[in-house]
Design a protein around this ligand. Structure first.
Ligand SMILES: *[C@@H]1O[C@H](CO)[C@@H](O)[C@H](O)[C@H]1NC(C)=O
Ligand SMILES: *[C@@H]1O[C@H](CO)[C@@H](O)[C@H](O)[C@H]1NC(C)=O
Ligand SMILES: *[C@@H]1O[C@H](CO)[C@@H](O)[C@H](O)[C@H]1NC(C)=O
Length: 351
């Protein structure tokens, strides 16, 4: 346990100034608080954390005083969560997309991968086994200049169907979002190194939005079939032979922008690719997700559901797409013919 005493009291005072009632928010019955009985009132309306097994790294949530608005205050290494101006997720506004003819199709290796799916207390994460030979899956193409090695899948979802996804399309939520993360294996050793501060082009995040339907994507079913084994925090289950390519929706169209990880530390090193079609998830699968809990068996706390970060400003970033909106349906010709272009001037080299 690193000595981070006093941090919570600062937060509480801060919140108090903003009109929160700390007495209510922090100590007693709030399931968001780390071990409640370890929180003590120091007499001034602030609380000190008196040690214990809960680490501050684990103590972030999706609401209240440890929620997204405060991630940047919980840990100095997460300051980008509050200060960053190239953060994710964002709302994709179709009216402001830029068509970029240089964007290629995305390449995802066809092989199947195995690994472990776990309940982290913040979400559901599938991690590929570190280095099973023959199971190293690479992602390249699209807007990517490097080769990225598949590392993790994250799932974000809500307690009701009207929200759950992190990225929004034209202001609308989807009931869930599946994110495929890969790290730049041309430049970095592993995902930890690729993610940490000051690293460039560390990660790719492929966002697949989930829409409710009667028939699930078959690969998604492989994932959700294990959920009953990971109801509580810390539980994990092996997951075998998952095809990422078949998990992807049937489209080569996507939107892309430069952003961040959507969990602390909000590292601004992610090239996001949002696929232009959803895949389908059934009501039963959503129900299985909503049964997952934030805590362990003894103290299950609140449901995991609602583990999505609200959208952040684009701050002058552009969102590019390989969809040529102006192409007429059925037409082979791109509409954006170049009638005007630059040309290099011929300079005489001086005498
Ligand atoms: C804060 O909330 C508690 C419990 O609801 C209440 O007893 C207390 O009076 C409130 N304090 C303030 C300053 O509003
Ligand atoms: C992915 O790239 C690694 C080298 O970084 C290579 O060893 C591996 O065979 C590639 N995977 C596939 C499926 O081609
Ligand atoms: C990741 O790579 C860094 C730098 O090469 C190394 O120090 C670290 O131990 C690696 N971490 C893991 C989990 O392999």
């Amino acid at each position: 346990m690193k000595p981070k005493l006093g941090f919570l009291s600062l937060m509480c005072q801060l919140l108090f100034l903003q009109g929160y009632n700390c007495t209510w928010k922090c100590p007693s019955k709030n399931p968001q608080c780390p071990n409640h009985n370890e929180m003590q009132q120091d007499g001034s309306g602030a609380y000190v954390y008196s040690g214990g097994s809960t680490s501050w790294e684990d103590w972030w949530t999706y609401d209240g005083i440890s929620g997204p608005d405060f991630w940047g205050l919980l840990n100095l290494e997460w300051s980008l969560c509050s200060k960053g101006r190239r953060q994710s997720p964002v709302n994709i506004d179709p009216a402001s997309l830029l068509y970029d003819p240089s964007l290629r199709p995305i390449h995802v290796d066809k092989i199947r991968v195995s690994g472990v799916i776990s309940n982290t207390g913040h979400g559901v994460i599938f991690r590929a086994s570190a280095s099973v030979p023959g199971e190293i899956l690479n992602i390249s193409g699209g807007p990517l200049s490097y080769r990225y090695r598949f590392s993790e899948i994250h799932l974000h979802f809500a307690r009701s169907d009207d929200k759950g996804s992190e990225h929004l399309i034209a202001g609308s939520h989807f009931p869930a979002e599946l994110q495929i993360y890969g790290y730049n294996s041309d430049l970095y050793q592993n995902i930890t190194e690729a993610m940490s501060l000051q690293k460039n082009q560390g990660l790719v995040g492929i966002s697949i939005l989930l829409q409710t339907g009667d028939l699930s994507n078959p690969e998604l079913r492989i994932i959700t079939s294990q959920l009953h084994k990971i109801i509580h925090r810390g539980q994990e289950a092996p997951l075998k032979f998952l095809s990422l390519r078949d998990l992807m929706p049937d489209t080569s169209y996507y939107m892309t922008y430069e952003g961040s990880t959507t969990m602390p530390g909000c590292y601004e090193t992610v090239t996001w690719i949002i696929m232009n079609k959803p895949i389908y998830v059934t009501k039963q699968q959503l129900f299985a997700l909503r049964r997952l809990m934030q805590g362990d068996e003894k103290n299950p706390k609140a449901p995991l559901a609602d583990n999505f970060r609200p959208t952040l400003d684009l701050n002058q970033r552009s969102i590019r797409t390989n969809i040529d909106f102006r192409r007429k349906p059925g037409s082979e010709c791109p509409s954006m013919t170049r009638k005007m272009h630059y040309q290099a001037n011929v300079f005489q080299s001086g005498p």
